[in-house]
Design a protein around this ligand. Structure first.
Ligand code: NAP
Length: 460
């Protein structure tokens, strides 16, 4: 396997890195385990100080770090800068609130006294994807470092310079050796590493296949796992929605990050009464997107993360059309070098057509028209995924009623599914389990230890 920066705008290899040997990995795990023995004894204030330093450094280097993201995975530069700020905010959020979230919780037993102490559990392994190379790592590393755990991070093989840049931020902030360590290894070796007795928990954000592989190892070795996997979010448009505003959000929901978001709006479900108006305006806006170099501020849609991803999504579209789907827009690779795909809309989708079932990780929208609200809910739930989703309506109470019936981990009313430090993030069904961000995200890799004091005379 290769750990390489390949610029998806040109498909040229920019830099290559060697995979770590088993002996280097063993040393890294030993160092993380030894760092844990000291780090677990530090105060919340000490941990917060380090995290704030990392966040400050990240903000100070925003332009430089954002360029790395754009170079390695093709995100529009303005969005890459937004990712750096969001990541720094997440790190600060856990530094600011971690002590409060992890404070002892008093209980009121029938006899004596009791409380819950939130203790760290040890070295964790995080396996992270390329689509938000800083944000994904921030939401795993910051809460866990605040708890007192230490982390090993196996980042995606196509963002090695981002992976090293994050490790460097911790070094520059004078984090103790072993607190945060980047591992240059394959996914397979990451799964195999789960059996190492020094590793106490694992978290993976990525595809279902990778998640299943890592979680199977975790299950075999009785270790806690958190999985943040793919999604095929429904974007429901009801007849009382403001169509012009909804169309604007639909474009953002589908095309943000060049369409490569786990929580991108992927299935647009419009009720009959407004379906024609919605799809006409949506198609018009997508057809006018300026496709090009993501470093150019005028560009509105950049390349996919690499050539393989572009080949895959073009293949999903072509298999779907062969199976009976109809193209309303696009459908082909863009005629230029690089991993580009045209903004595309598919319709006439039904069970059995690939695009009805598979996650479309790129600038390809699926459009469905349905009779009414109930049909929209039923279609939204007819998916193996359960990550996010949104409902657009002029009646917020109606939106909440619909949201209540959608089987996903997150539902947004009048907004595409999105993220911030203080909102929990995660899915259900095939989209995984566990939560990141908010108070819930600091609750996964802790030992919620009961400490009970009794009087000797208390009953058994
Ligand atoms: P991927 O292939 O699963 O890669 C994700 C990470 O898993 C990479 O670091 C990869 O390493 C590693 N990996 C691959 N095979 C593995 C294995 N057998 N065992 C352990 N680790 C393994 O995912 P992707 O297709 O690049 O990323 C996009 C997917 O991530 C989409 O499905 C998207 O929806 C999902 N995602 C979910 C969330 C969420 O929060 N729910 C957020 C972002 C993305 P290599 O790069 O070395 O292969």
């Amino acid at each position: 396997m290769s750990i390489q920066t390949i610029n998806p705008t040109t498909n040229e290899v920019v830099m290559s890195f060697d995979e770590m040997t088993d002996s280097t990995v063993n040393t890294a795990v030993a160092q993380a385990a030894s760092a844990y023995n000291d780090w677990r004894k530090t105060s919340f204030a000490h941990r917060a100080q380090l995290l704030h330093k990392v966040a400050d450094l990240m903000r100070a280097k925003k332009e430089q770090l954002a360029k790395l993201i754009t170079l390695e995975m093709g995100k529009l530069l303005s969005q890459a800068e937004g990712e750096i700020v969001l990541s720094a905010d997440i790190i600060d959020y856990y530094a600011d609130h971690g002590a409060k979230f992890l404070a002892d919780k008093r209980l009121s037993p029938k006899y004596g006294e009791a409380f819950i102490r939130y203790s760290p559990i040890g070295v964790l392994l995080g396996v992270e994807p390329w689509n938000f190379p800083f944000y994904q790592v921030a939401r795993f590393a910051a809460p866990n470092i605040m708890i007192g755990n230490t982390v090993l991070v196996k980042h995606a093989s196509n963002v090695p310079q981002c992976a090293l840049a994050i490790e460097d931020l911790f070094k520059e902030a004078e984090a103790p050796a072993g607190l945060y360590t980047n591992l240059f290894i394959s996914g397979k070796r990451a799964s195999a590493l789960v059996s190492d007795v020094r590793i106490k928990g694992v978290s993976l954000t990525g595809s279902e296949a990778a998640g299943a592989s890592l979680a199977a190892e975790a299950g075999k070795h009785l270790k806690k796992s958190v999985l943040e996997l793919g999604g095929s979010d429904a974007f429901i448009i009801l007849e009382d929605a403001d169509i012009d505003k909804t169309v604007e959000w639909a474009v953002v929901g589908r095309m943000n990050n060049n369409g490569e978001c786990c929580v991108a709006a992927k299935r647009f479900i419009a009720v009959e009464a407004i379906a024609d108006e919605f799809i006409k305006k949506f198609t018009d806006k997508l057809s006018k997107l300026k496709v090009g170099d993501p470093m150019d501020p005028a560009t509105e849609l950049g390349p996919l993360c690499n050539e393989a991803a572009a080949v895959q999504i073009a293949d999903q579209v072509s298999r779907s059309v062969s199976a009976g789907a109809r193209l309303l827009l696009g459908g082909k690779r863009v005629n230029r070098k690089g991993a580009f795909m045209e903004p595309t809309i598919l319709t006439d989708l039904h069970p059995g057509i690939p695009a009805y079932h598979e996650e479309l990780f790129g600038p390809v929208a699926s459009f469905y028209r349905v009779k009414d609200e109930q049909a929209a809910i039923d279609l939204a739930n007819d998916s193996d995924f359960g990550l996010g989703g949104s409902v657009f309506t002029g009646d917020v109470e109606r939106g909440r009623r619909v949201a209540d019936q959608i089987d996903t981990g997150m539902v947004f009313i009048n907004h595409p599914t999105w993220t911030q430090a203080d909102l929990p993030f995660g899915g259900t069904k095939g989209s995984g389990y566990g939560r990141e961000l908010s108070e819930l995200g600091i609750d996964e890799f802790v030992n919620k230890k009961l400490i009970r004091t009794s009087a000797l005379s208390d009953p058994f």
